[in-house]
Design a protein around this ligand. Structure first.
Ligand code: WTA
Length: 655
């Protein structure tokens, strides 16, 4: 039992049945999607997705739901036309919901807040579309967006969508080099940015990075449109730079939208590739909007009076699908927060805005666990009715903490599996319909054909592990990699004929429910046994003294690979005591078996994470294999590796 969670029974004391979350009957009765949806979608997948597409407003209706004659190049809702920005904004105003709040924006300095209604959003988007047109942006032109979490970033995205100018949003934490390579790859002539933003209460600059990036791209960029957010001094090029307030504020709020082809490009999102050139994932309009709006409505069981909050930054796909497009297409009210997770601040926001649906990442949950439950316990979180998780496998211990401490044992948790490439959630429980098991993403959504296969592409069947693949196209799937059809085929479709390979390992339990095992390259083979890094991490984290853990498979002469673990201890555990390493090894042995017992455990103060919060196991592997540590440029804090290297040897224990 952990010091921080006196009421929480250790996971290992609970039976399998006690860990399950069975949806209460009233939840099932009121759920947007019922059990029958699975069978209906299986019977006629295309009819199922066509019905989901009917939830949108179309200019011209499609004449064919899916064209899959030239795989892997899918076309959805062929012949249909629509405008994404009209679907996200205008239609809600036309339906009489103009006064409904679209965005409760919470700025980083506490008192800086704005409530933006759908009517106001429509005016802002129309003005921005007019201003961009005046700057020469035409249908088909690419526009790069490099901004903090302020409402203008959503306005900018929707204005681009309105014009049919695909946007590419680059996370504000990326360097000038990263921005330059993305601007170059998609040949953007316009960059939208701000003078800076606020992080941890202090203003930081963005415009200098844009200036540097633009410099690197030669004469590609014609205009830089700049929102004034912080008021700090910025260098200015009169021929190129334009203030947002000069050209958008005074523009007409009338803008006649054109209907775009269903397959018209909506945006390009570059994945934070670990090696080589970043991959520009291309999403198009009709299928993407259908997939994101339907899954946002079904997975989060969205109701008219919900207040939804997705904590992702708009610079990642989660911010695109489940902050911008999905919720807005559904006319939802949501919170948008400029800052980063700090002690108590998120719970304060949930309390203040009576947030009912909350969607975040396991890494954040584990950070909060480390701080102790007394922090969230000081706030009123009773407005919450549904919790979501995304981005990495959620270990059962974090799941239980989330369910109990944040969700008060009343909120179902939707553990949602998807990728930048899939555009929409593909695997998740449906609240009220599917039971929850801590650590399992449960089932493919209706209309989605997921399978787990072996090396020969054969289904492994219940009780076995293998590779996660997708057998049938889905509406929000990536259409290609920007400018590189061949790489698109090679990366995702070449391993097995006709199957999309997601790069993840997965296991089907005895009930056929899906457990994600992390990227395939994180799965270890120790003495011929397949072991999951995630499973061992979960075991470590279930020890009361451990806050976070990362496990890598290091080359080993005898066993092929050996388990090496890096752990951060909870604040209350101090230095863990003299026998901490042996204690943890025994604990893993007890939880999983002797085969999983780490060869080496290092107690470290931090773990290397990317800016999106993913642990960079590659670097830990370098340490475990006593190599020079590789490229650290994608780390949120590049000094972390020095701290870890400094510990090398000190806490290691080897048999
Ligand atoms: C991982 C984020 C387990 C997975 C939306 C996938 C998950 C990669 C989950 C995509 C989950 C995402 N359980 N693993 N619920 N969600 N992943 O492109 O390895 O940033 O392939 O998209 O994150 O990451 P991406």
């Amino acid at each position: 039992m952990s010091e921080q969670s006196p009421k929480s029974p250790a996971l290992s004391n609970l039976s399998r049945e006690e860990r399950r979350f069975e949806p209460p009957a009233e939840l099932a009765a009121a759920a947007n999607v019922k059990e029958e949806a699975y069978a209906r979608a299986d019977a006629d997948r295309e009819a199922f997705w066509a019905e989901a597409a009917e939830r949108l407003d179309w200019g011209t209706k499609w004449d064919q739901v899916l064209d899959w004659t030239d795989p892997p190049f899918a076309k959805w809702f062929v012949g249909g036309t629509l405008n994404a920005s009209v679907n996200c904004v205008d239609r809600h105003v036309a339906a009489g919901n103009g006064d409904k709040v679209a965005i409760h924006w919470v700025g980083e300095p506490d008192d800086d807040t704005r409530d933006i209604t759908y009517a106001q959003l429509k005016d802002e988007v129309s003005k921005a579309a007019n201003a961009l047109t005046d700057l020469g942006v035409q249908k088909g032109d690419r526009v790069a967006i490099y901004m903090p979490m302020i409402p203008e970033v959503v306005v900018a995205m929707l204005a681009c969508a309105r014009l049919g100018a695909p946007h590419t949003v680059v996370f504000g934490g990326f360097s000038a080099d990263a921005l330059a390579s993305r601007v170059t790859d998609c040949e953007a002539h316009v960059v939208i940015t701000s003078d800076g933003g606020y992080r941890r209460g202090a203003a930081s600059a963005l415009k200098p990075a844009v200036d540097e990036a633009v410099e690197k791209t030669g004469d590609l960029v014609r205009h830089v449109l700049v929102v004034r957010r912080t008021g700090q001094d910025v260098a200015w090029d009169d021929a190129r730079d334009v203030w947002w307030h000069d050209v958008v504020d005074g523009a007409s709020a009338e803008h006649e939208p054109e209907m775009h082809d269903s397959e018209h490009p909506l945006y390009v999102m570059y994945t934070s590739g670990t090696t080589g050139k970043p991959k520009g994932i291309l999403h198009t309009t009709g299928g993407y909007l259908t997939g994101t709006s339907y899954t946002h409505w079904s997975v989060f069981d969205l109701k008219d009076d919900d207040v939804y909050w997705c904590t992702a930054d708009v610079g990642w796909v989660t911010g695109h699908s489940y902050m911008a497009y999905g919720p807005l297409a559904n006319g939802a009210t949501q919170v948008m927060y400029e800052g980063t997770p700090e002690k108590g601040r998120w719970w304060q926001i949930i309390q203040d805005y009576k947030v009912s649906i909350f969607y975040t990442a396991p890494t954040a949950i584990r950070t909060f666990m480390k701080q102790g439950r007394e922090v969230p316990d000081a706030y009123d979180l009773s407005s919450l009715r549904l919790l979501g998780s995304v981005g990495e496998p959620i270990n059962p211990e974090a799941y239980m903490w989330y369910r109990e401490v944040i969700g008060g044992e009343r909120c179902p948790i939707v553990d949602t599996w998807w990728q930048t490439e899939t555009g929409q959630i593909l695997i998740s429980p449906l609240p009220g319909v599917t039971a929850g098991k801590p650590g399992s993403a449960m089932k493919a959504l209706p209309g989605v054909a997921i399978d787990v296969v072996n090396d020969d592409a054969e289904s492994v069947g219940n009780g076995n592990g293998g590779y996660l693949v997708i057998r049938e196209p889905w509406p929000a799937m990536l259409r290609t990699l920007w400018g590189d059809d061949q790489r698109f085929k090679d990366t995702y479709w070449s391993r097995w004929e006709g199957l999309y390979f997601a790069g993840d390992g997965a296991k089907l339990d005895e009930d056929g429910d899906i457990w994600l095992l992390g990227r395939v390259d994180d799965v270890m083979n120790v003495s011929g046994h397949r072991l999951s890094t995630t499973e061992i991490e979960s075991a470590l984290v279930s020890h009361p003294k451990v806050a976070e853990a990362a496990v890598v498979g290091a080359a080993d002469e005898t066993t092929g690979q050996a388990v090496c673990a890096f752990v951060i201890l909870r604040e209350a555990a101090g230095d863990g005591g003299p026998d901490i390493v042996e204690e943890l090894r025994k604990h893993v042995q007890k939880e999983i078996g002797a085969i999983a017992k780490p060869r080496q455990i290092m107690v470290v103060p931090e773990l290397p994470k990317t800016r999106s919060g993913k642990i960079m196991r590659r670097l830990l592997k370098d340490v475990a294999e006593h190599r020079e540590v590789g490229d650290v440029t994608t780390l949120a804090d590049s000094t972390v590796m020095d701290l870890i290297k400094g510990k090398e040897g000190s806490a290691a224990s080897e048999d």
